[in-house]
Design a binder for this molecule. Structure first.
Ligand SMILES: Nc1ncnc2c1ncn2[C@@H]1O[C@H](COP(=O)(O)OP(=O)(O)OP(=O)(O)O)[C@@H](O)[C@H]1O
Ligand SMILES: [Mg+2]
Length: 290
């Protein structure tokens, strides 16, 4: 599901008020009763009805009539709140078009201090890993695991980008995180799988130099592939970090090897550069200095 920039830009202040009211009351109710929305928003019944109708047309709110009339935010409603907040605090001054849709996110171009992208994390209930719940993070969202999981995912990515960037790994510059949305610098390049490299060996080495640095900072990517590396032919950037794990993770060695193998397999096929993933893993973990 993706949210329409036009719909977000066109939100009336009462619609934003209602989205915020619903967000607050959803900590208490699965379906927020009409009466509570009215009292909390202080809108007249007619105004509230009309604005909720508009929000439902934009698929930002949904309703249920059984056992009583109640309302909930949808993913698009939650996205709209996050983007509206980033606009309000000045992080985003213009919202552009959709440039990428994955299983678990949508990425839009935007403007702020320079060219940005905003990544809307969207983790559905099914892909939500209950293990993450055990950390006791945001217990107020236990009725809405998709809010919990998507917000958690955005924060994980933002934390990783901050630490990695500070430690000298080439990743997008993290700008802000709000709810399930991360704002970061725009990379003027293409995904590795779309690139035709003139100096593939240099790019290959640059990727693993970055992965080694990340490892030393305590980050294993855990979804590394030619789809999550961007390049302008010269520099490389490693993107898409929400699922990172620590080197102390019980499967860290296997996960790191899988990350490395995805890249070595790609370079072997496309550029005939053949290297042993195990040797690279030893170089990264410091077991040898090959
Ligand atoms: N900072 C950025 N600058 C330019 N383009 C970006 C940036 N971040 C992401 N993109 C583009 O958007 C696409 C999707 O982003 P990303 O890989 O982070 O998420 P995803 O693949 O949708 O996530 P998931 O793996 O959960 O499906 C990327 O493949 C890339 O083309
Ligand atoms: Mg990706």
């Amino acid at each position: 599901m993706t949210v329409s920039p036009g719909d977000i830009k066109g939100l009336h202040k009462y619609e934003i008020l209602l989205l915020k009211t619903l967000e607050r009351l959803m900590k208490k109710y699965l379906w927020v009763p009409e009466e509570n929305i009215r009292k909390s928003s202080r809108l007249s019944a007619a105004e509230m009805e009309y604005r909720l109708g508009q929000l439902m047309e934009k698929n930002m709110v949904k309703s249920s009539s059984v056992p009583y009339r109640g309302y909930q935010l949808t993913f698009s409603g939650y996205d709209a709140l996050a983007v509206t907040s980033l606009v309000k605090n000045g992080t985003v001054t213009a919202l552009g078009s959709l440039i990428g849709v994955g299983k678990e996110s949508s990425v839009y171009e935007a403007l702020g201090t320079g060219a940005l992208v905003i990544k809307l994390h969207c983790i559905g209930q099914r892909s939500f890993q209950s293990a993450r719940l055990n950390r006791g993070f945001m217990p107020e969202w236990s009725h809405f695991p998709w809010i919990f999981a998507s917000t958690y995912s955005a924060r994980q990515e933002f934390e990783a980008l901050k630490a990695l960037r500070k430690g000298g790994v080439n990743v997008p510059i993290p700008i802000a995180v709000n709810r399930n949305v991360v704002a970061m610098s725009y990379i003027a390049g293409v995904n590795l799988h779309q690139a035709v490299l003139e100096e593939p060996r240099e790019v290959f080495d640059a990727i693993f130099a970055n992965i080694k640095k990340a490892y030393e900072l305590g980050f294993i990517h855990n979804d590394l592939s030619e789809f999550n590396v961007m390049t302008d032919g010269d520099s490389v950037w490693v993107i898409d970090w929400p699922q990172w794990i620590e080197p102390t993770h019980q499967n860290a060695d296997d996960i790191l090897l899988r990350d490395i193998s995805n890249i070595t397999t790609y370079f072997a096929k496309k550029y005939n550069i053949v290297e042993s993933p195990e040797k690279i893993r030893d170089m990264i973990t410091g077991k040898t200095d090959a």
